[in-house]
Write a protein that binds this ligand. Structure first.
Ligand SMILES: [Zn+2]
Length: 418
């Protein structure tokens, strides 16, 4: 009998030890999540980064005005974006028409996801500083769009004041808002907890168990797709694309349309952060037709493009780039999305952590926080995800941008398209 108990205990230990070990490992990596940036720090790169929306916008306007001295045809202007919380929110534009021969236009946009606008704005300032010259302008016009979601930029949210994700809301046809995300109800409870946020609760500290259970049940690609695709049903939920056009999505149509009229080819780069390997610039477009894909591969030859239909990535509806394409549906349109990684979201723990940060931030907005400490912690984690305070990260993403801009902008400008 004693022997039987002993054997039983051995069997139980063999089963339990790996489980306990696994949980402990995940517990520690999840609750003490941090990533190091061992990049060379280039002080010059840091000049492009700002700490507030107002400073970033001011720098953009100053730089735009500065460019008018050298390029007299420039048009700089602002589009106010309505909000009952703030009367000083604008999208800012710098349009440089290019020479008489210019038959292409490059659009560079930032802040579609508000809080990601800090890095996007820095990349725009860097571009304005280094890449605008008469050789480029001989063939190509330039349109810079700063802070597409100024509310989220200023108040450090990804979404608009209406909790709408603009990269799920952008279209010229409101049929978009009837799309049903079939997978979303399956993940609803996991990603939309109710009640005040208490960061130290057991449910939060052990969130990874719930997430892993979901991954085992549905598989990672299915789960990722359900969560990230966008949804038009739950206005309090994550990745809500709205039930109608957000105000700027209506107002931008005639502006983009009119500016693009003289050009046959439109190349649009939309700037984002957070998804992907930390410090790395990912080329991460939504899937496109084969002919467009070929053009994108030509322009970005030598660089890896993460097509949204591969296992690690996902597709979504209502994205800003496709919307620019729809406005220009009579032209050759080449979109690209730059995604500067911050959380190693290609790893299991990184993707669970990013999701958890998003969940708590949205839960806090919807239901409030248990304490001031909870609010501070959630806001800090959220900004670290969208705009890392690490100077090495900031400096490095400019270096990453340089490598790609040096090659691809020239290729676009010289591309002969019919
Ligand atoms: Zn984004």
């Amino acid at each position: 009998m004693k022997k039987a108990i002993k054997i039983l205990l051995v069997i139980i230990s063999i089963i339990l030890i790996p489980i306990i070990g696994g949980i402990s490992y995940f517990y520690v990596s999840f609750n003490n999540f941090s990533l190091e940036d061992n990049y060379h720090l280039n002080e010059n790169n840091l000049a492009y980064f700002n700490e507030t929306y107002d400073e970033a916008r001011n720098d953009f306007r100053l730089k735009s005005d500065e460019l008018t001295i050298e390029y007299p045809g420039i048009e700089n202007f602002s589009l106010p974006v309505e909000s009952n919380k703030d009367t000083n929110l604008t999208i800012d534009f710098c349009f440089i028409p290019g020479s008489e021969n210019a038959d292409k236009i490059m659009i560079l946009s930032s802040g579609v996801h508000g809080a990601e606008g800090f890095a996007g704005s820095a990349v725009q300032l860097y571009f304005m500083d280094k890449y605008i010259n008469s050789e480029f302008l001989d063939k190509t016009a330039i349109l810079l769009i700063h802070g597409v979601n100024p509310f989220g930029f200023k108040y450090e949210r990804r979404v608009t004041q209406n909790n709408v994700d603009l990269n799920r809301n952008s279209d010229i046809d409101n049929k978009l808002y009837q799309i049903k995300n079939e997978g979303y109800p399956k993940v609803y409870d996991l990603i939309n907890p109710k009640g005040k946020v208490k960061t130290g609760s057991l449910a939060n500290r052990f969130f990874f168990i719930k997430a892993i259970k979901g991954i085992v049940k549905e598989s990672m690609p299915v789960l990722r797709q359900a969560v990230l695709q966008g949804q038009y049903e739950f206005s309090e939920g994550l990745y809500y694309g709205g039930n109608n056009f957000e105000p700027q999505i209506i107002d931008l149509v005639p502006i983009i349309d009119t500016i693009c009229i003289p050009y046959q080819t439109v190349f649009a780069i939309d700037l984002h952060t957070a998804y992907g390997e930390r410090g790395k610039l990912h080329l991460f477009p939504n899937p496109v037709e084969e002919s467009v894909k070929k053009r994108m591969e030509d322009i970005f030859e030598g660089f890896h493009i993460d097509w949204g239909d591969s296992d690690d990535f996902y597709t979504y509806t209502g994205d800003f780039n496709s919307y620019i394409g729809k406005i220009n549906n009579d032209k050759i349109f080449i979109p690209m999305l730059f995604e500067y990684g911050t959380m190693d979201s290609q790893s299991t723990i990184g993707s669970i952590k990013s999701l958890h940060v998003m969940i708590l931030e949205n839960q806090g907005e919807q239901y409030g926080y248990n304490s001031d400490e909870d609010l501070k912690k959630v806001k800090k984690d959220f900004m670290e995800m969208d705009y890392p305070s690490s100077l090495a990260w900031r400096s490095h993403i400019i270096d990453e941008t340089k490598v790609i801009f040096d090659k691809s902008l020239k290729r676009f400008s010289e591309l002969e398209l019919r």
